[in-house]
Design a protein around this ligand. Structure first.
Ligand code: GLU
Length: 340
């Protein structure tokens, strides 16, 4: 890292990140249980009857999910769990999966593999843009948007479809702290309608970003998007990132802690589609949303939070989830840029 003529060593960088994480208003230890409960209850009831937004319907199975599903979970970096509303219903993880496949690729091949192959800049185009690939010849395809994400899936090492898929599902399960499974109806629905993603993958293959089997990579990507998660699963995954990649309850180091700052940076850049800048401006939180209705967000060193609520706004982000997470984080001093 070079800042104004100074080179910082890797350990110095880690110290700087740690200082940033600890420099906010409260550490995980200091998060007051009553304050967290109050914040969750307030956000839950404030937005419970909100009717704005609509389920995604370009994947037919998503249109059938009950729009009233609304669950909130917050897990502190030291493993305390707070919940409100629906924790039983699983929705498909969709785009949120992109974070965890990228984490797997970083662990296997290093962070430079992501930087050098598909890049980490926002495309400024919609998440499944063909124009963006053409514009940048397959570079600058952030792994949070489809061309970069399918490319990341293609970079997972393995000799067969099954080997690659097992590694991906195992990684997600480690992040969640329980064994996750695929919602087969969602997988089948998307597999029958994912021609555009197949085209994106073929184009990334043509530009040499995907090395082989673009259609297999698209299918594995479709399967990863169909993994079922509830609000608590997503909050656990976020809390693992908030805790330097170590699951706060199982204690397992799920991703190399040196990669966590890069993972969070990519999320901050493009986690909420075309509203990523707006989201970062208002909350300061690295986050990722999915068209299944989930959003997870990370307050480094403090907590992971997630909300599930299927109706989406025009940018493709859950309406209730954005509002609830923003309110709760504000109440708990979650913005890492807001140092008193
Ligand atoms: N599986 C979805 C797709 O590729 C994920 C999109 C999303 O959640 O943004 O279209």
């Amino acid at each position: 890292m070079k800042i104004k003529g100074f080179w910082f060593s890797r350990s110095m960088q880690l110290l700087m990140v740690a200082a940033l994480c600890l420099g906010g208003q409260v550490s995980a230890d200091a998060l007051d249980a009553k304050a967290v409960d109050t914040a969750l209850k307030a956000a839950y009831s404030k937005y419970k009857n909100l009717k704005d937004g609509a389920n995604a319907d370009y994947i037919p199975a998503l249109a059938k999910v009950d729009p009233k599903v609304y669950g909130i979970a917050l897990v502190t970096a030291d493993g305390k769990v707070y919940t409100m509303g629906d924790l039983d219903t699983e929705v498909s993880i969709q785009s949120i999966s992109k974070v965890f496949t990228m984490a797997l690729v970083m662990d296997e091949s290093g962070t430079d593999a992501i930087m050098n192959n598909m890049g980490v800049d926002a495309t400024g185009q919609v998440f499944n843009s063909i124009v963006a690939i053409e514009q940048y010849q397959g570079q600058e395809m952030n792994a949070m948007v489809n061309p970069g994400a399918i490319t990341a899936t293609s970079m997972v090492k393995g000799q067969s479809y099954d080997e690659i898929w097992s590694k991906i599902l195992a990684k997600y399960s480690d992040f969640a702290g329980r064994k996750l499974t695929v919602l087969e109806d969602v997988y089948e629905s998307e597999a029958a309608t994912n021609q555009r993603n197949q085209a994106l993958a073929q184009l990334m293959y043509a530009y040499g970003r995907i090395e082989k089997n673009p259609l297999e990579a698209t299918d594995i990507y479709t399967r990863q998007c169909s993994v079922g998660v509830n609000a608590k699963d997503l909050a656990m995954m976020a809390a693992t990132l908030a805790n330097g990649g170590k699951h706060p309850i199982t204690g397992k180091q799920v991703v190399n802690e040196e990669h966590v700052p890069e993972i969070l940076a990519v999320m901050a850049t493009a986690g909420l589609y075309d509203d990523s800048g707006k989201w970062l401006y208002t909350t300061g939180l690295p986050a990722k949303s999915g068209v299944g209705g989930g959003i997870l967000a990370v307050s480094p060193g403090k907590f992971g939070i997630a909300v599930i609520s299927p109706p989406l706004d025009a940018a493709g982000n859950s309406v209730r989830a954005q509002k609830a997470i923003a309110d709760i984080s504000e109440a708990l001093g979650g913005n890492p840029y807001d140092v008193e």
